[in-house]
Every structure is written in structure tokens, then in C-alpha cells.
Design a protein around this ligand. Structure first.
Ligand SMILES: [Fe+2]
Ligand SMILES: [Fe+2]
Length: 356
């Protein structure tokens, strides 16, 4: 019996040894979890070809935030309405939390993955989440006046709604760390999928909406790059979850309940920080968009939509999609007000992005 089999029989999630010389790296013997790898990155012959393509795409997405020009945003910020400025600060603070918690949690999930090609994608994902945090810092230090910066970093400390939201999200991850059962590992995977595929998007929309009104174009350019990265993470989890549903104990009811709670919390937070006070966004459009996204994310992992009314089957923000530029092939080619291609055209066109 392997270490992995022994631990999983106890109902505990096995953690990979650093080196397992008795392991078997044959691709036919490989599984994403509960495998028996040596832990050498044997990549010449893999079982999960999609992971190799995804990793290449993630690397091709490489970008540096300081190369994006955000000077117009410095003057725009001062001219935003007080509600827009509060939303800018709050959304940035929330997104900083999300990317921070990802860099802490993803390693917890990664140590149990036994297919090196999949583990490699998660390593790149962790690196990208750190890059996102660094880009928020670049925005805050450049755009936000110095006397206001700490308030942005500390927004979660002073705003009770955000504080409670952060605690809820962190607790879903902490449950597995405190009690590493197979059920809790699956719960942590699903919580990650909700974060990657649902929690970022009302924030992205807020920035694309400002850009559509010719405001804060540099910030929107940065969010386009982050958005593109996040979609690669969504794609990773859309591969992992159907597989996880085959091997981990779980219930469909639990998944639907997690989605419904996530939608409620996301709407509550977005209404609190954006609400009806920003031109182009209303509490109704937030609800419609969040439920539309949840339906789409459920379908992508082979489950039925949760919100069946026709209005929840389409996005209220299709007019902003040209700003996100994540439909087509997932490439971000130009900044908002230029037709020229920026220095970030690096993709050789890995296919399969249309569904996200
Ligand atoms: Fe991120
Ligand atoms: Fe992510």
C-alpha cells in the first residue's frame, strides 16, 4: 500500500513526500490526486495534455504592471465623484484580499497534487496571484494620493461588510487547513473555483464601466491583464473539478448551496460598495450579472444552472465585453484608446478559450 492510499483510507488528504524514490512516474499510472509519483517533474511523457497547453498559455500571458501607463488615472482619480472614489478604493482593497488569500491557500491544495503537469500549472497560478498583488500596489502608490493610501490598504479593517466578507472567504479555506479531510479538500477546491470565477468579476466590471466613460483607462488596462490571467485559473479549475467530483466525497446539494451563498455575498458586497450610485451599474444589473455568471460556471463543470429565469441566462454587460477583450481568444492586444498592438502580444494562439 502506498503512503497516499494509506492516508486516504484514514479519510485524511495525503500530502506528497518531497521525494519518493519508490514511486511510479508512468503516465498511465498517473492521477491528479492519490497517485504515487516520485515527485520528479517528469514532463516528457504526461497523462494530462491539457495541462501542458494551459501552462504554455499562462507563461505566454506574462506581463509587467509598470509597463502599463496609468498617468491619466492620477488626474481622473481626483475628478471622480466621491461615490466612484470610494468604490475604487473599496474594490481595490477587496481584490487585494482575494489575491493575497490565493497565494496563501493554493500551496495547501498543490501539495496533494500527484500529476506534475497539473502541479506546474498551479505553481504558475501562485506566481500570477503574487503579480496581481504587486500590480494593485503599483496602482495604489501611483494613483491614490499619499494621505489616502493607508485607508485603501486598511479598508477591510474599517469597513464591516468587507471585513465579514473576507472572514467568510478565508474560513472556507481554513476549514481544510484545520481539518484536512477529503471532504474539506473538495470544499476548498470549490471555494477556490468560486473565488476565481465569480468573486472578481463585479470588480472587473466596475473598472471596465469607468473606462467605457473614458475614466481611469490605465487601471482598466491592468485589469484586462489580470482578467486574462484569472480566466486561465478558471480554466484550470474547470478541468480539476469534474475530475474531483469523480474521486472525492461530496454532494450536489452542497455545491449548489455554496454557489447560492457565494452569489448572495457577492451581491451584498457589490451593492454596498457600488450599489446604485455609479453610472452604468445598478443593484439589478449586479444581481443579473452575478446569477448569470454562476449559471455559466456551474454549466462549465457539468452541473445545471441554478437560476432558471431567462434574464439570468444572459449578461447585462455585453457592451463592456469589448473592454475586457477576453472573449475571442483571450488575448489582450491593445490598450483602451489605441488601435496599436501593445508589447503584450505574445500568444501563439493556443485554442480552446471560447467557452470561457
Ligand atoms: Fe489573481
Ligand atoms: Fe486567480
Amino acid at each position: 500500500m502506498t503512503i497516499s492510499e494509506a492516508t486516504s483510507q484514514l479519510g485524511r488528504m495525503p500530502v506528497n513526500p518531497i521525494f519518493n524514490p519508490e514511486g511510479n512516474d508512468d503516465p498511465n499510472h498517473r492521477t491528479i490526486w492519490f497517485g504515487d509519483t516520485t515527485n520528479l517533474m517528469q514532463l516528457n511523457d504526461v497523462r494530462y495534455d491539457w495541462a501542458v497547453g494551459l501552462y504554455r498559455q499562462m507563461r505566454e500571458n506574462f506581463w509587467i504592471s509598470e509597463k502599463l501607463d496609468i498617468t491619466q488615472d492620477v488626474t481622473d482619480y481626483v475628478n471622480l465623484t466621491p461615490d466612484e472614489r470610494r468604490a475604487f478604493d473599496g474594490v481595490l482593497s477587496y481584490l487585494t484580499f482575494l489575491d493575497s488569500v490565493q497565494t496563501v491557500n493554493l500551496p495547501q491544495l498543490k501539495v496533494s497534487i500527484t500529476a506534475p503537469e497539473v502541479s506546474m500549472c498551479m505553481a504558475e497560478q501562485i506566481s500570477q496571484e503574487a503579480l496581481h498583488n504587486q500590480s494593485y500596489q503599483y496602482m495604489i502608490e501611483t494613483i491614490v494620493p499619499s494621505d489616502r493610501r493607508s485607508a485603501v490598504y486598511d479598508f477591510w479593517r474599517t469597513d464591516k461588510v468587507l471585513h465579514d466578507r473576507c472572514e467568510f472567504i478565508a474560513k472556507q479555506y481554513q476549514r481544510y487547513v484545520d481539518d484536512p479531510t477529503l471532504e474539506n479538500y473538495f470544499g476548498s477546491l470549490m471555494a477556490d473555483y468560486l473565488l476565481e470565477s465569480l468573486y472578481f468579476y463585479n470588480g472587473f466590471i466596475f473598472f471596465y464601466n469607468l473606462a467605457s466613460r473614458m475614466l481611469m483607462p490605465g487601471s482598466a488596462d491592468i485589469f484586462k491583464m489580470i482578467n486574462r490571467d484569472e480566466l486561465s485559473h478558471v480554466r484550470l479549475f474547470q478541468k480539476l473539478l469534474p475530475e474531483a467530483m469523480e474521486v472525492f466525497p461530496h454532494s450536489k446539494d452542497m455545491i449548489y448551496e455554496m454557489f447560492d451563498t457565494a452569489v448572495k455575498h457577492e451581491c451584498k458586497w457589490t451593492n454596498h460598495i457600488v450599489g446604485n450610485n455609479i453610472l452604468g451599474i445598478t443593484e439589478t444589473s449586479t444581481e443579473q450579472y452575478t446569477k448569470y455568471l454562476a449559471n455559466m460556471r456551474l454549466r462549465a463543470i457539468g452541473l445545471k444552472p441554478l437560476y432558471t429565469e431567462p434574464r439570468y441566462l444572459k449578461s447585462p454587460y455585453t457592451h463592456l465585453e469589448r473592454f475586457s477583450d477576453t472573449k475571442a481568444e483571450g488575448h489582450t492586444k491593445a490598450n483602451f484608446f489605441e488601435a496599436q498592438v501593445t508589447s503584450y502580444v505574445m500568444s501563439s494562439g493556443v485554442g480552446g478559450w471560447d467557452e470561457i
